[in-house]
Design a protein around this ligand. Sequence first.
Ligand SMILES: Nc1ncnc2c1ncn2[C@@H]1O[C@H](COP(=O)(O)OP(=O)(O)O)[C@@H](O)[C@H]1O
Ligand SMILES: [Mg+2]
Length: 280
Amino acid sequence: MSPPLLSVRGFGATYRDGARRVAALQAIDFDLAPGRRLALVGESGSGKSTLAMAIAGLLPENTETTGSISFPSLGAPPRPGRDLGIVFQDPAGSLNPVLSVGDQLAEIVVVHRGTSWHAARTIAAELLDKVRIPRARARLSGFPHEFSGGQRQRIAMAAALAGNPFFLIADEPTSALDTVVQRELVLLLDELVRDEGLTLLFVTHDIALASELADEVAVLLRGRMMEKGPVTATFAAPAHPYTRALLATRLGLDTPHTTRLPEIDPQTFAVRRPGEAKNG
Ligand SMILES: Nc1ncnc2c1ncn2[C@@H]1O[C@H](COP(=O)(O)OP(=O)(O)O)[C@@H](O)[C@H]1O
Ligand SMILES: [Mg+2]
């Protein structure tokens, strides 16, 4: 068997904030093989983003970690921007409001691929076209605010691909978008990952999206990994009661995103619909 791209062993992360300490992750163990797509699912605050940032080597200074994160098939950690592309939930955070999208994309291409500026402009137009921005070349001179929210997230995806990475981390890339736009973006992400043969770590709280995009799923609850397995088998017959509870809360893609999510009791894993009494 070829070595995994990513190997996480006994990994824990605690945020220090003065005297306050938040244990965000504990005893995380898993591997990710090259070319596979892993969905990391769990409720808000379960530690998904912390794990994604730890893998990218981008945890803030005030974090204490235990265990290890290594890249057996690589030797050295992947370089963010180059080997590793990252898409965040909020495209506003990854795009510079005062630079044209063409300049932003071209700059990443120059820095990470070492091309001339002229060649980088052509690659920038190809990237915009690849993420289906109409009239890509003409729109290189547009600024982020001149694009719709969905288009800005497509541009953020183009930026993540601009360094020509082989590994992509997408942290709730569609959560800020309305359902129709979300749907289009997931199809695009699926296509890009296939075309480029990327290894994918897809962070989501949406089980439907996880089933659609991933081969494998890992379920996080309060910083611990409850179970991990092939996505179809895991969701068809979950081993852990928490995964069963998560499935019971499953919301379809056509559910309005204003719908309040049911809560899951962390001790009993009972599902409580919004508005229901705590013990009822
Ligand atoms: N920079 C930070 N400083 C202190 N605590 C943090 C920081 N980032 C996240 N946390 C805490 O760590 C826990 C896990 O957060 P996070 O990884 O963002 O979860 P998720 O992405 O699943 O919503 C939460 O309790 C959150 O409040
Ligand atoms: Mg998060």
